[in-house]
Design a protein around this ligand. Structure first.
Ligand code: HAM
Length: 532
């Protein structure tokens, strides 16, 4: 090889090495876990704003006589199919649903136990853990009848859990109940109300909840697959319009307290089972006439749910929708009177609103009052809260027929986003999302000083100060440097000199002034600094 060839070989070798390094880095990178699409972490200091929002909601709702209900995240899929509606986007496309598996079903290797195993499945179907669906009964019969034909597969399936997979995949066998991550919580509240016989409680039952909801939507600003709601529901025998207005008032008071910018309340009435069906038919007939000019979604909705066409944001449909018949002109006398009184009651409370005849909401359980609140800084996903009346829902889910309901849910992610965009979310960094850094950074030097520092930290924390206590000894410069970076207000220094003199050195980090104080004086000094 001449020099030129050697040079070339080296270059080839080098580029091969680089390629390999890049590949290794890529593989390593891909092994770093990341949150899945549409879900996210909420980190300090933003989490402090979340806490402030949730705490304000608790305080405001409390003054209106609401109490907290904590609900499961998993519910039977049918609960949502029945209440939110089988044909809604939420239920038909967006739910996270899976088949649960009973713990009673064994998963040890079953060699030679196939018939016993089939019998076991039969018993679990009798006693409940495995659902007695038509399809399951059919599969069980097939397994019993086809014992001889199917047994050869047993040789290949060395584990029962693989056999259950086989049943599941090949025969659509449903091993357990079908459950979903909740896409909303009104259905759960109503389920709980019925399950716990809350209709016997005096007056209206007023409940609120906070927590994550799950919908498989296309993620964008203000729209996530795991998002959070703060919601409230009123259940009872009265449907007085004053309840509707008070629920809305409670919301507006919360938004005022949080200084939410540009909150606009939209309201509508979508009638009840007496007047809505005739309106829906009229709407359907009108939509049929303009079918050719509608988009695919709206075309489909002519059959499934014509009301939802009114929700359409499609530019080309706006002119058509404007000319459609309006629900307000088709409300029955009772619904018209109810809606009129809701508006009067809002007036009594000094609450401004806009009437929006196209506000129909995307869940089937609503009737009469519907409302939404939009806020600034949210782009296209600007509804920060939605709600309405759902008088038939308790009965639909098997509860007492006379029970009425109304409520709302705030999208916490969007509320926080809007507050941040308006500069209301300003909180400084610091440990655990506290506004600002710790009150005290407790720098200790030497084993005896550590013991004194642990004691002092305890006393300071008992008195409510935020204290950062280094877990290991550090050099003086490094320790004080960290205190600065953590934005601590004071460094309290404990070393041999301080121990000997029975004092602590306290240094104000904003200007470097320092003094030596006994413990009692230190407390007075820090208290004075906190209120200054
Ligand atoms: P909703 O309109 O489906 O109503 O949701 C309420 C609020 O949750 C929305 O206005 C929005 O702020 C927020 N939200 C919904 N989906 C997402 C998402 N993918 N990402 C971020 N935020 C979202 C209900 O859920 C009803 N349960 C409200 C209710 C209670 N009606 C009567 N009682």
């Amino acid at each position: 090889m001449n020099e030129h060839d050697q040079e070339k070989a080296r270059a080839i070798e080098e580029s091969r090495r680089l390629r390999q390094e890049k590949k290794a880095a890529a593989i390593q990178g891909s092994h770093q876990f990341r949150a899945i699409k549409g879900v996210r972490d909420i980190l300090p200091p933003e989490s402090a704003l979340w806490n402030r929002v949730e705490q304000s909601a608790r305080e405001v709702f409390d003054t209106f006589g609401f109490a907290e209900i904590r609900l499961p995240v998993l519910e039977p899929t049918n609960l949502f199919a029945r209440s939110v509606g089988q044909e809604t986007d939420i239920v038909s496309k967006e739910m996270y649903t899976f088949i649960d598996r009973p713990t009673e079903l064994r998963t040890e290797p079953p060699f030679g136990e196939m018939p016993a195993y089939v019998q076991e499945i039969g018993r679990l179907m009798e006693s409940g853990p495995i659902p007695r669906t038509e399809s399951n009964l059919g599969t069980l019969k097939y397994l019993i009848d086809a014992e001889k034909d199917i047994f050869p597969i047993e040789e290949k399936l060395t584990k029962l859990d693989r056999l259950t997979e086989y049943l599941f995949q090949l025969h659509g066998f449903q091993l357990g109940d079908q459950v979903s991550l909740r896409p909303e919580a009104t259905a759960s509240v109503v389920r709980a109300y019925i399950q716990h016989g809350m209709q016997t409680l005096p007056g209206n039952v007023k409940l609120y909840y906070t927590g994550p909801m799950f919908r498989r939507e296309r993620p964008q600003k203000g729209r996530y697959r795991q998002f959070y709601q703060i919601g409230a529901e009123v259940l009872g025998t009265s449907d007085a319009p004053g309840i509707d207005a008070e629920v809305i008032e409670m919301l507006m008071r919360l938004f005022e307290r949080l200084k939410l910018k540009g909150a606009v309340l939209n309201i509508n009435s979508i009638g009840d089972k007496n007047c809505r069906p005739a309106y829906v038919e009229k709407l359907r007939a009108e939509l049929q006439k303009v079918r050719e000019h509608l988009g695919e979604d709206s075309k489909r909705r002519i059959e499934t749910n014509p009301l939802r066409v009114l929700d359409s944001k499609l530019e080309s449909e706006q002119g058509i929708i404007e000319k459609l018949p309006r629900i307000a002109e088709h409300l029955c006398a009772d619904c018209r009177a109810h809606y009129g009184e809701v508006k009067r009651q809002l007036g009594l409370r000094g609450i401004a609103y806009q009437e929006n005849w196209r506000l129909v909401r995307g869940l089937d359980y609503y009737m009469r009052t519907t409302f939404e609140i939009t806020a600034l800084g949210l782009g296209s996903q600007n509804a920060v809260c939605g709600g309405g009346r759902y008088d038939g829902l308790v009965e639909l889910l098997g509860g007492p027929a006379a029970t009425k309901g109304i409520g709302f849910a705030i999208g916490t992610d969007r509320l926080v986003l809007s507050l941040q965009e308006a500069g209301e979310g300003e909180t400084q960094g610091g440990p655990a999302g506290k506004a600002g850094g710790p009150d005290v950074y407790l720098a200790w030097f030497g084993a005896a000083a550590q013991s004194a520092a642990i004691g002092l930290a305890r006393h300071l924390r008992d008195a409510g100060f935020v204290v950062e206590l280094p877990a290991v000894e550090m050099k003086f410069g490094k320790s004080l440097g960290l205190a600065d970076r953590l934005k601590a207000r004071h460094a309290v220094i404990v070393g041999d000199d301080e121990l000997a003199a029975g004092v602590f050195t306290v240094k104000r980090l904003s200007d470097g002034t320092q003094q030596k104080l006994a413990e009692a004086e230190l407390f007075s000094y820090l208290r004075a600094a906190r209120t200054a």
